[in-house]
Design a protein around this ligand. Structure first.
Ligand code: SF4
Length: 366
């Protein structure tokens, strides 16, 4: 028997309409209403635009500049991230860092004095900053990205001073460094890529990297307020067995050398070493500030670079030094090596060019 009511509903979505869902706790109180937010941002953007306009072309690759957008500490959640605003004004986020600020207004009655927030580094064409600076006062609540204006605490140009960070207890010197940080959600790893290092050789001389990376890890902790899960050097130069196998062209040996090759050298993070490194760094800074630039004597270049090592300083350190061709000690050593070379090799080898002191200086000196 046929059913009495058998409705078939087609294109039901046309009968639906938007249903506002009240969030638990209601809407977040804004620290700045749209009108105030526009005035604040317009004032800051005018300053940023003026500073960016004065930047030389060399400081603006592809005509782009960078500014810092500081989010209000109450609007750090993923859903509050100003991606719509950035895309609307033609900018993109290129990095971020945490810092503690005291916002002008909080938008809630109960709050602390200071709070940790995020600085977002945003890059884009100079003209994009200018367009935003000249148009923001005309924005309405319906303009794309307008909601995020109330979530911004500050907006500044990214000048050279902001890139530098002081050493609080040290000699007041400033450091700038570049490392690779990989965050995969559950862990944060700092890598230092060394294209000139062979992992097997580096394993025996990990000390300088250990000291350098510990300083970087210390700086990271100061900037981000949290520890790294792992710190490592990645030595990308093929190992000697791999080179030999490649030269021999034997697939089985290449395969075995590749399998034995572990380019990642993990570095222990030890806060105690930082003070010592910074003190030795401070000594170098003192020499530079006192304008004492003389290189060490020949005896230092010929001696092993490490207490128990065999490799001379000239080979271990000078060969990686960009200043070696202008260094009196290195040039002296190189010219002595060249003078010694033809007597042994004149029958088989043309004299080494005077313009190429990168001969086996260290080996000869040893
Ligand atoms: S070549 Fe460089 S590392 Fe070597 S002694 Fe001269 S300045 Fe120092």
């Amino acid at each position: 028997m046929a059913r009495e009511h058998n409705f078939l509903l087609g294109q039901g979505e046309r009968l639906a309409s938007k249903v506002p869902i009240r969030k638990a706790g209601g809407e977040k109180g804004l620290p700045y209403d749209l009108r105030t937010a526009k005035a604040r941002i317009a004032e800051r953007l005018a300053r940023v635009d003026a500073q960016i306009t004065q930047l030389p072309d060399d400081a603006c690759p592809r005509g782009e500049a960078v500014a810092v957008v500081t989010l209000h500490p109450r609007f750090l959640s993923k859903s509050d991230y100003p991606s719509e605003l950035l895309s609307a004004v033609g900018l993109r986020a290129v990095g971020s860092r945490s810092r503690t600020i005291r916002p002008e207004k909080w938008g809630v009655e109960r709050h602390g004095d200071d709070a940790v927030t995020e600085d977002i580094f945003v890059a884009g064409a100079k003209s994009a900053f200018h367009r935003w600076a000249t148009s923001v006062k005309r924005w309405t609540k319906d303009t794309k990205g307008a909601t995020s204006l109330s979530h911004i605490e500050d907006l500044t140009a990214f000048d050279a001073k902001a890139k530098l960070r002081g050493i609080p207890d040290g000699k007041g010197v400033l450091l700038e460094g570049v490392v690779d940080i990989v965050e995969d959600g559950s862990s944060t790893v700092m890598y230092d890529l060394k294209t000139y290092l062979d992992a097997d050789a580096a394993r025996d001389h990990v000390e300088p990297h250990y000291r350098q990376l510990n300083v970087y890890a210390h700086i990271w902790k100061g900037l981000r307020g949290r520890q790294l899960d792992k710190v490592a050097v990645i030595a990308t130069r093929p190992t000697r067995p791999l080179y030999r196998a490649l030269r021999a062209g034997e697939p089985a040996k290449i395969q075995s050398a590749m399998e034995a090759w572990d380019p990642v050298l993990e570095v222990t993070v030890d806060g105690d070493v930082v003070a010592e490194v910074m003190e030795s760094f401070g000594r170098v800074v003192d020499l530079i500030e006192d304008r004492k630039f003389s290189p060490p004597g020949l005896e230092v270049l010929k001696a092993p670079s490490r207490p128990d090592g065999k490799v001379p300083f000239a080979q271990d350190v000078c060969l990686n030094c960009d200043a070696r061709f202008g260094c009196a000690s290195y040039r002296q050593l190189a010219s002595r090596s060249r003078r010694a070379e033809p007597t042994r090799h004149c029958a088989t080898r043309a004299p080494t060019s005077a313009a190429t002191p990168r001969s086996k200086t260290g080996a000869t000196a040893a």
